[in-house]
Design a protein around this ligand. Structure first.
Ligand SMILES: [Zn+2]
Length: 235
């Protein structure tokens, strides 16, 4: 039973109890006592079953040997999940970080091998980079790679059936890669974020990682739950 139906059930009981009181089956005092116990019941239930609004942090271009590790430590401390769209060449260079992402419940996605942008004349080369990167990642995680963040958002829908891979774009872009102003990045993201937002950041900069952890603190305080992006796309 969802929160609304529980409240409705509580309200129906309340009306029943008050009506019983009016019709003399119990005194008004008894009726009110009964009613207040139902009200308490409804409120307690609501706190227990209400779903927190979900939000997804996504990080592109990593893993970075130092900053990604710091980020993973910070996310772990806060019980927050994230999604990492990594470059195949970075994954090959820092395989332990990919394994750690997987072990700690984050989503590992594909961001091509060398950060290639899909253009008019490189469809096959782009596809080959996706395939190669997925091979590198599957080898490390033991799982099929289903999600891709195409560099610069350039995508060809044909890949979805050819490769069974799905693009993940974003809804909040603080342009963290072109600024080291931590407070500014935090402000942009916390101002624009709402339920089911997909935040785009980069884990190869100290400022981005510092900002990301502050963003987690602020939005968790507001009741948000940080989940992997698949939970937002398909729930
Ligand atoms: Zn990128």
């Amino acid at each position: 039973m969802g929160v609304r139906s529980r409240i409705a059930a509580g309200a129906a009981l309340l009306i029943g109890v008050v009506t019983a009181g009016i019709f003399g089956m119990m005194t008004h005092k008894e009726a009110l006592e009964e009613a207040s116990s139902y009200i308490t019941y409804v409120i307690v239930e609501e706190e227990e079953v209400a779903d927190s609004p979900k939000i997804a942090l996504t990080f592109d271009d990593g893993p970075h040997p130092y900053y990604t590790e710091q980020l993973l430590d910070g996310l772990k401390e806060r019980g927050a999940k994230a999604s990492f769209f990594v470059l195949g060449k970075q994954a090959q260079a820092y395989p332990d970080l990919i394994k750690r992402m997987q072990e700690e419940g984050h989503l590992v996605g594909n961001h091509t091998y060398s950060h290639m942008q899909l253009g008019k004349n490189n469809r096959e080369a782009f596809k080959a980079e996706l395939v190669k990167t997925s091979e590198v990642l599957s080898e490390l995680t033991g799982e099929e790679v289903q999600y891709v963040r195409p560099p610069y958002g350039s995508w060809d829908k044909g890949f979805e059936t050819e490769l069974m891979m799905f693009p993940v774009l974003w809804t909040v872009d603080p342009m963290d890669w072109c600024s080291d102003d931590v407070a500014g990045i935090v402000r942009k993201v916390t101002k624009k974020s709402k339920e089911n937002s997909i935040i785009l950041m980069h884990d190869e900069y100290k400022s981005s990682v510092t900002a990301a952890l502050q963003i987690v603190d602020i939005l968790q305080e507001q009741g948000y739950e940080f989940v992997t992006v698949d939970e937002i796309l398909f729930d």
